[in-house]
Design a protein around this ligand. Structure first.
Ligand SMILES: [Zn+2]
Ligand SMILES: [Zn+2]
Length: 95
């Protein structure tokens, strides 16, 4: 039974088979807080922390960055992927 952050505030939703709350951090009242909106996607970013090999962070529609058909990244994975792409392009331009 997950907690969701809805417009009315934090709500404890009863029931099974509900999507996990969104794992993305948002700035609220000057503090980083979990978004907690009902998730619609899972992050497909690479992660060595999970046995599945993907990050699997639950993401709401607002925080899922679509990178391809049925591929979504959480803000953290999106950042590290764009950093890696930047490093690659720096590297190739040096060579
Ligand atoms: Zn979210
Ligand atoms: Zn991720």
């Amino acid at each position: 039974m997950p907690f969701y952050r809805l417009k009315t505030g934090i709500v404890h939703v009863k029931g099974t088979r509900l999507p996990a709350p969104c794992n993305a951090r948002v700035l609220m009242d000057g503090q980083q807080q979990p978004c907690m909106a009902p998730s619609a996607f899972l992050c497909d970013g690479p992660s060595s922390a999970n046995r599945s090999g993907t990050c699997d962070a639950p993401l709401c529609e607002a925080h899922a960055r679509q990178t391809g058909p049925n591929r979504h990244l959480c803000p953290a994975c999106h950042l590290s992927q764009s950093k890696a792409a930047l490093q690659r392009s720096l590297f190739t331009s040096l060579v």
